[in-house]
Design a protein around this ligand. Structure first.
Ligand SMILES: *Cc1c(COP(=O)(O)O)cnc(C)c1O
Length: 381
């Protein structure tokens, strides 16, 4: 009988699950320790009604299936779906769960591409949405209509690092509106620091491009749920629309997961350190940090030339992503949030002096020195 990793590892901690990801998946054939990578898009059937469980790569592949099993376990879900990008994971959720004319509610401070997506579906599918400021749960409840299908939140938020208490939100919603689904974009904290399904959410989404993959070298997304009904709808949509993750990226992502716990511990440690030290730098006015993880935002003072600051960085790169080994800075107004209307940006506090930092795996003191010197060198007069 095939012994798979879950038989051996039930009851093990997350660290063990991660380090062992994909191991024992080929014990009936090779005993390979590293996950086997199958490129085949077609799978032979012995005869009518007989199958290995695989038929065509858009439906599933052996390598993607191993990845999805690992991702589901990690988030305490029953099913996971690996997609070609974070945006395609978001699209999979909305195209699966909302119909023409439906309504949803979103928290106000989100990845800019998600807002661009919401505007697109508003035009194409006549869905409507309201924006909630992430504060009062009474205000949130008041936004629910009989057409509301879903509440979408990102916490900590991007780039303002605001925190929403998922458990309280779910309790406040589900007692009167059990049919309204709660979906959480868990990209920033990952299941190492936050497990939305255990807090009562119905769906978790990741841009796996970020921490889950963690090396700035692969684009992927994932949708995870613990509801068999939701999983069934999503599976059908995924096969229909085809935004699946390819086998090679699936293999790379399994490889990345093996160190997720170690990377997140270091991102968090350095994030905490920099969040406290950046406050002391002359030229930084305010630091925004959720208290957990590796994402930190800060405002530079009026006398700092942002362009000179970016050009003066020697270790930190000015680039648009997060969650990798290399520390990156992003200017939300011109990068991640460039399509958000200025009025909405300013209301959130996203000004052209706001800088978002993805703290990487370098020595945090080297990073601090680099940032301090770049700010010093960018001061006017
Ligand atoms: C990057 C990002 C996305 C989009 O993911 P892609 O992999 O770039 O398509 C969605 N949500 C958050 C929070 C992100 O940071």
């Amino acid at each position: 009988m095939k012994k798979d990793a879950s038989d051996c590892l039930s009851g093990c901690s997350v660290d063990t699950l991660l380090a062992q990801a994909g191991n024992r998946s080929d014990d009936n054939k090779s005993g390979s320790i590293s996950t086997p990578l199958y490129f085949s898009t077609a799978f032979r059937h012995p005869g009518l009604g007989d199958s290995t469980g695989f038929d065509y790569a858009r439906v599933t592949t052996p390598t993607r299936q191993i990845l999805e099993t690992e991702l589901a376990k990690l988030e305490n879900g029953s099913r996971a779906f690996a997609t070609s990008s974070g945006m395609s994971a978001i699209d999979l959720v909305f195209s699966s769960l909302l119909n023409y004319g439906d309504h949803f509610i979103t928290s106000d401070d989100l990845y800019g591409g998600t807002f661009r997506y919401f505007d697109a579906i508003k035009k194409q599918s006549n869905v409507s949405f309201d924006i909630w400021d992430g504060k009062s749960l009474e205000t949130l409840r008041a936004l629910i209509t009989d057409r509301t299908k879903l509440i979408w939140i990102e916490t900590p938020s991007n780039p303002m690092m605001k925190v929403i208490d998922i458990k309280s939100l779910v309790q406040a919603i589900k007692k009167d509106f059990p049919e309204v689904l709660v979906a959480v974009d868990n990209t920033f904290l990952t299941p190492i620091f936050q497990k939305p399904l255990l807090l009562g959410a119905d769906i978790v989404v990741h841009s796996a491009t970020k921490y889950l993959a963690g090396h700035n070298d692969l684009l992927a997304g994932v949708v995870i749920t613990n509801s068999t009904d939701i999983a069934g709808i999503i599976e059908t949509q995924l096969i229909t629309r085809g935004q699946v993750l390819d086998s090679f990226s699936s293999w790379l992502l399994i490889r990345s997961l093996k160190t997720l716990h170690l990377r997140m511990a270091r991102h968090n440690e350095s994030g905490q350190y920099l969040a406290s030290k950046l406050k002391e730098i002359a030229g930084i006015n305010q630091v925004l940090y959720s208290g957990l993880g590796g994402m930190v935002s800060f405002y530079v003072a009026e006398d700092v030339d942002v362009n000179l600051f970016l050009r003066g960085l020697k270790i930190v790169s000015f680039a648009e992503s997060l969650g990798g080994p290399e520390t990156l800075v992003t200017i939300p107004t011109v990068q991640t949030h460039c399509d958000m209307p200025e009025e909405q940006r300013l209301a959130l506090g996203i000004t052209d002096r706001l800088i978002r930092l993805s703290v990487g795996l370098e020595d945090p003191n080297d990073l601090l020195k680099d940032l301090t010197e770049a700010i010093e060198g960018a001061k006017h007069g």
